[in-house]
Design a protein around this ligand. Structure first.
Ligand code: NAD
Length: 324
């Protein structure tokens, strides 16, 4: 009997279907709150949340497949997994709509200062008059025009916003099909009223948005990051907000999570923080859980799981006789 270790708090919490899917296919399930190297020496598969799976742990484990319960792979040492021939699967599109909707929510919150006025009224009983901005006619600049970037663009266009995008891997024609204008990053930063990040964290995107980028943005502009912490230089962001270099920002992802108690982000003006809730909807959790469980089932049935992040391993599996 194959054993699957589940290291993500939401798996099977709101629906038993993902658990049933694994059990009905003969898997033994184990649960853990942490990535204990000793436990990982005795399991065949892992369904992984956001915990960091280092190269060392992977190398000393008995894992045959790593199924991410999400789309980012920045918490998995992909190089080691690839060297060891271990497929790392992701749950593409399962949380796309949820993240795009949260992004729009944060845009609304920033544009009308909803959290600030709520706090004034609720905590200080002050009926303050606050002036916001309309979204209609404003420019949304999207950095990273993948699944979430596209869904965010569709929603912004419905509100009468103009949408620009920068993505070195997506062509002008594709963007035009979505009624989005393809621009370079400098143009996007200089002209957008809202800049929203929807790109992966990797070596080339770490601290992509820092002091220089904030200086390019309009003083009336807002930054929204529902992608990954680490893409935004948090110290430079706080400085930009304190100096009124930009009007405000909203972050759902942080360089260190959970956000440390001494983070520079606390007590910063015009900053909205949400605790990495982009994918936290019943719908997204259900889809992610089912896709992750299905990847494990497929793999042990010698069927190539959908959405393998390390393509080299997918090719090897096909050569070994896995069906598509
Ligand atoms: P995706 O792979 O569909 O799209 C990412 C896009 O970023 C791609 O089109 C890629 O070409 C582009 N890109 C890569 N490098 C770039 C660069 N240097 N500059 C500009 N664009 C670049 O991924 P997605 O599903 O749209 O997810 C986007 C981000 O959202 C990821 O970082 C993911 O981890 C994050 N995410 C966050 C949450 C959350 O809970 N907040 C949930 C899901 C995904």
């Amino acid at each position: 009997m194959k054993t699957v270790l589940i290291v993500t708090r939401t798996f099977g919490k709101y629906s038993s279907e993902p658990i049933d899917l694994l059990k009905n296919n003969g898997f033994d399930l184990r649960w853990s709150d942490s990535l204990d190297p000793d436990i990982l020496k005795n399991v065949d598969a892992i369904i992984l949340g956001t915990g960091k799976l280092s190269g060392d742990i992977i190398q000393n484990s008995s894992l045959k497949i790593i199924a991410r319960n999400g789309v980012g792979v920045d918490n998995v040492d992909l190089k080691t997994a690839t060297q060891m021939g271990i497929p790392v699967t992701i749950t593409v599109n399962a949380n796309t709509i949820s993240v795009a909707e949260l992004t729009m929510g944060l845009i609304f919150v920033l544009s009308r200062k909803i959290v600030a006025v709520h706090n004034e009224l609720y905590e200080r009983k002050r009926f303050s008059s606050s002036i916001g901005v309309e979204l209609f006619g404003k420019i949304l600049g999207i950095i990273g025009f993948g699944a979430i970037g596209k869904e965010t663009a569709k929603r912004a266009l419905c509100l009468g916003m103009k949408v620009l995008a920068y993505d070195p891997f997506v062509d002008k024609q594709t963007m035009a099909q979505y009624s989005v204008e393809c621009v370079d990053m400098e143009t996007l930063l200089k002209t957008s009223d809202f800049v929203s990040l929807h790109l992966p964290l990797n070596q080339s995107t770490r601290k992509l948005i820092g002091k220089k980028e904030f200086e390019m943005m309009k003083k009336t502009a807002f930054l929204i990051n529902t992608s990954r912490g680490g893409i935004v230089d948090e110290v430079a962001l706080v400085e930009a907000l304190r100096q009124n270099q930009i009007a405000g920002a909203a972050l759902d992802a942080f360089e260190i999570e959970p956000l440390p108690e001494d983070s520079v982000l606390y007590n910063c003006p015009n900053l909205i923080l949400t605790p990495h809730i982009g994918a936290h909807t019943y719908e997204a959790i259900y889809k992610m859980n089912m896709m992750a469980a299905q990847s494990v089932v497929d793999f042990f049935n010698k069927k190539l799981p959908k959405h393998i992040a390390n393509g080299e391993v997918a090719e090897k599996l096909l050569k070994q006789g896995f069906s598509q």
